[in-house]
Design a protein around this ligand. Structure first.
Ligand code: CAO
Length: 415
C-alpha cells in the first residue's frame, strides 16, 4: 500500500527534539526524510543521556525513526555544493537551528528560492519576530514564556513545568501541519513558502484556555471552578489551578487504594453534571442528588473541596482500575493515573502501534512511541533510526555522484 506523503522529499536539517519530531511524523506518513548531520558528531542527542556506551541514545533513536542519515560539512565549500544539489532535489527544508545559523551558512531564503523556487523552508524558532527573536530556546524556556508554567502547579507553590514536551514535540506537530498545508498550497501556486512555528506561540496555542480565563478574571474578579474559590484570593493574573479541570465540569485527582506506598495510586475524577445522581449513588450519598445544596452545578461549586473529599473516601476503598471499571459502568468520566511502566506494558497500546518495539543493530530491542495519528490508507510502519551517515553513499549516488567523486569528497572532509 502507498503512503500519504510518497514522493515528498524532505531535507532534514533538524536536531535535538522539536524539529526531529516534525520530520519523524512526515517520515511516518511516507516522506523520504534525509537527515543532514555533521560527520563525526551528528545530532548532539546521539550522545546525550546515553544508557549504553557508544550507542545512539534513546533520546536520538526515539525521535529519528524512518529517516536516512547523510553527513555533510555545510561550512566546507564542496559540502555546500552537495547541499545545493539536495536543495534542487527536495521539496521541503526543515530546520531548527539557532536564529541566523542557516543564513550564516550561506543559505538565506533568497538563495534557497534561487536554487529551487518550489522549496518550502520550515523552521522552528524559540520566539517569533520581536524582542526575543535572537534567543536560543529549549523546552522549558518555551513552557515558561508561553504561559504554561505560570498556570501549572499549586497556588502555594512556584510555577511548574510539565513532563509533556509541549514546547518541543508540540511545536514539531504545529510545524508538520504548516508543512503539509504549504505543500497543499503549492499544488495551486507552484511556489514554495516559508513556514515558521515559534515555540512560544505553540505553547500559548496549547494554553489558549488560560488566556480565556485571564479575560474572565479581569471582567469578573473570580473564577468559580478554580480552587481559589470561594475562600482563597484571586490576583491580577490567572492563578495556578492545581488539578482542577479547565472546563465547566469540575474534576480533581483522588487517592485510591494503595496510595500510601504507590505514588501513582490515584484517579482523575470528573463530577460531570449529567451523571451527578449516579455519582451520588455510587459513593453512597444518595441524598445529595436532591439536596438543593448539592443538586445543581452552581450549588456544588463552593463545596467542591468537601465533595471531592467525600468521593475520595470511596475511591480510597478501590484500586484505580477497580474504580475505573465501576465508574465507567455509569458513564462517569474518570481516568487512572498511569505510570510510564504501566503504559509501556499495556497490551492494547502495543496492539494499536502506539507503543512499538523496535530492533536496532547496536542497541538491540527498545520501546518507542509510534505514530499517534492513524491514517487508514497510510498505516505507519516504524523503522529504526539511522546510524550516523549510514545513507551518505546511497544518497550521493542518487544525486548523481560517482563512487570516485564520493571518495574524493570524503577525503576533502566535505561529507
Ligand atoms: N555542518 C557544518 N556546520 C553545521 C552543521 C553541518 N552539517 N549542522 C549545524 N552546523 C552548525 C550551524 O551552522 C551552527 O553554526 P554557527 O553558530 O557558526 O552559525 C552550529 O552548528 C550550531 O547550531 P545551533 O546554534 O543551532 O546549535 P546549538 O547547540 O548552539 O543550539 C538550540 C541549540 C536548540 C538552543 C538552537 O538550535 C535553537 O535555539 N534552535 C531553535 C529553537 C529550538 O528548536 N529549540 C528546541 C531544541 S529541542 O529542545
Amino acid at each position: 500500500m502507498g503512503k500519504a506523503l510518497d514522493g515528498v522529499r524532505i531535507l532534514d536539517f533538524t536536531h535535538v527534539q522539536s524539529g526531529p519530531t516534525c520530520t519523524q511524523l512526515l517520515a511516518w506518513f511516507g516522506a523520504d526524510v534525509i537527515k543532514v548531520e555533521r560527520a563525526g558528531a551528528g545530532d548532539i542527542t546521539r550522545e546525550q543521556l546515553r544508557d549504553i556506551p557508544d550507542v545512539d541514545s534513546l533520546y536520538f533513536t526515539m525521535l529519528n525513526h524512518n529517516k536516512r542519515s547523510v553527513t555533510i560539512d555545510t561550512k566546507n565549500p564542496e559540502g555546500k555544493q552537495v547541499l545545493e544539489a539536495l536543495i534542487h532535489q527536495c521539496d521541503v527544508l526543515v530546520e531548527n537551528f539557532a536564529p541566523g545559523a542557516l543564513d550564516r551558512m550561506g543559505f538565506t531564503w533568497e538563495r534557497i528560492q534561487e536554487l529551487n523556487p518550489r522549496m518550502i523552508v520550515a523552521s522552528v524558532k524559540g520566539f517569533g519576530p520581536g524582542p526575543y527573536e535572537d534567543c536560543k530556546v529549549y523546552e522549558n524556556v518555551a513552557q515558561c514564556a508561553g504561559g504554561a508554567a505560570s498556570t501549572t502547579g499549586f497556588d502555594d507553590g512556584p510555577p511548574v513545568v510539565t513532563g509533556a514536551q509541549i514546547g518541543d514535540s508540540g511545536t514539531g506537530l504545529h510545524l508538520a501541519l504548516g508543512i503539509v498545508t504549504a505543500l497543499y498550497q503549492r499544488t495551486q501556486t507552484g511556489r514554495g513558502q516559508r513556514v515558521l512555528a515559534a515555540m512560544q506561540d505553540g505553547v500559548l496555542n496549547l494554553c489558549r484556555v488560560k488566556l480565556r480565563d485571564q479575560q474572565r478574571l479581569e471582567r469578573t474578579g473570580e473564577m468559580k471552578e478554580y480552587p481559589q474559590y470561594p475562600n482563597g484570593q484571586f490576583g491580577e493574573a490567572v492563578p495556578r489551578a492545581g488539578n482542577a479541570s479547565g472546563g465547566g465540569q469540575p474534576g480533581w485527582i483522588l487517592k485510591c487504594k494503595g496510595w500510601e506506598t504507590d505514588p501513582n495510586a490515584y484517579i482523575y475524577f470528573i463530577t460531570q453534571a449529567p451523571v451527578w445522581t449516579k455519582i451520588c449513588n455510587v459513593i453512597g450519598k444518595e441524598e445529595w442528588a436532591t439536596d438543593p445544596d448539592y443538586a445543581t452545578p452552581a450549588a456544588r461549586l463552593p463545596r467542591l473541596k468537601e465533595i471531592f473529599a467525600e468521593i475520595e473516601r470511596w475511591t480510597m476503598t478501590k484500586s484505580k482500575f477497580e474504580a475505573m471499571q465501576i465508574l465507567n459502568k455509569y458513564d462517569i468520566p474518570c481516568g487512572p493515573i498511569l505510570s510510564m511502566k504501566e503504559i509501556a506494558e499495556e497490551p492494547s497500546l502495543r496492539k494499536t502501534g502506539t507503543i512499538v518495539e523496535v530492533d536496532h543493530p547496536k542497541r538491540g530491542k527498545y520501546l518507542t512511541v509510534g505514530n499517534p495519528i492513524k491514517l487508514s490508507d497510510s498505516p505507519t510502519e516504524v523503522k529504526r533510526s539511522p546510524l550516523l551517515g549510514e545513507h551518505t553513499d546511497e544518497v550521493m549516488a542518487e544525486l548523481g555522484y560517482s563512487p570516485e567523486q564520493i571518495s574524493a569528497l570524503r577525503t576533502a572532509g566535505a561529507i
